[in-house]
Design a protein around this ligand. Structure first.
Ligand code: SAM
Length: 297
């Protein structure tokens, strides 16, 4: 492992940008732990979003076959390049991840000889890229949505705010269970793997963080899929007034009362059930029944 991490002076002069979520990890043990928990090996192609000063990137390079790191802040590049100069298995891209063509990231891996083909629909779909990142908190949700829907990505190890992590891994019947939980459940199995004190960062954020591991399901490659749109239209309508009974929320959203009562009856849902009481499978079953009624009308 290269030991030259000599850019401390440059780091001291760097002015962190709150607007870009620049809270860098300062705890060396935590960096190693995150890289270990991600389970990446010398066979893996890894994408890091927001490498910052490159401290986590170094741990990833030590373990991965190749790392592509996408950093929005041009002023970090000299520091980042200096901190990664001993590594041959890393490319840095200066871009806004959310507005960057993912094909360019694939091409970056391909240039190293990686055999990355387009994932195909089917039971044994191969997803060639893993993601590890301490996410910029101001865009956590859009990045997670983007990664969940990206068919090239097999799994993600992501640091997020603790409150967000609790919503991602929440169980039904809890206050944290909601649209974010169901969206994550649709694409992946999730697990909170560690809670991280705000003292492990500089500058110190106001809240604690947590690392969540996402293991993507093998199916769901067709993300413009009509069922997905319909399912999340139903779920959003259900949670629009989460304190109300689900039946009333859906009636208010324009679903037919008679059809809903009949569907609830068939699915053995209590008429007083609320949005957070149903699992993803319950919502899928409800949608199937609602669709079957509209076909029969
Ligand atoms: N990886 C470093 C660490 O763990 O210490 C820094 C993580 S810091 C929480 C988030 C990083 O994401 C910052 O370096 C920030 O400049 C970068 N960033 C913010 N918005 C971004 C975007 N849209 N695309 C790529 N990087 C972004």
């Amino acid at each position: 492992m290269p030991t030259n991490f000599s850019a401390k002076n440059k780091m001291n002069k760097f002015k962190h940008k709150h607007s870009l979520g620049q809270n860098f990890i300062t705890d060396e043990f935590l960096l190693e732990d995150i890289a270990d928990e991600s389970g990446i090996t010398k066979d893996d192609y890894v994408l890091e979003i927001g490498p910052g000063n490159g401290a986590l990137t170094r741990c990833l390079c030590d373990r991965a076959k190749y790392v592509v790191a996408v950093e929005i802040d041009k002023t970090l590049l000299p520091l980042l390049k200096s901190n990664l100069k001993d590594y041959k298995n890393v490319s840095i891209i200066n871009a806004d991840f959310l507005n960057y063509d993912f094909q360019n990231i694939i091409n970056e891996f391909k240039e190293t000889g990686a055999n990355i083909t387009s994932p195909t629909v089917g039971a044994d779909i191969i997803r060639p890229i893993k993601v590890v990142a301490n996410l910029p908190y101001y865009i956590t949700s859009p990045i997670i949505q983007n990664l969940l829907q990206n068919p090239y990505i097999s799994d993600m190890t992501l640091m997020v705010q603790k409150e967000v992590a609790e919503r991602i891994v929440a169980d039904p019947n809890t206050k944290d269970f909601g649209i974010l939980t169901l969206a994550c459940n649709y694409f992946a199995d999730t697990e909170m793997i560690m809670i991280v004190s705000k003292d492990c960062f500089f500058p110190k954020p106001k809240v604690d963080s947590a690392v969540v591991y996402f293991k993507k399901h093998f199916s769901h490659t067709n993300y413009s899929d009509n069922n997905y749109e319909k399912l999340f239209k139903l779920i959003k309508a259900s949670f629009a007034q989460r304190r109300k009974k689900l039946l009333n929320s859906l009636i208010n959203a324009g679903y037919s009362k008679e059809v809903l009562i009949s569907a609830f009856d068939k699915l053995h849902f209590d008429e007083n059930v609320r949005a957070e009481n149903l699992s993803l499978d319950d919502y899928k079953n409800l949608l199937t029944l609602l669709c079957s009624y509209s076909y029969n009308e």
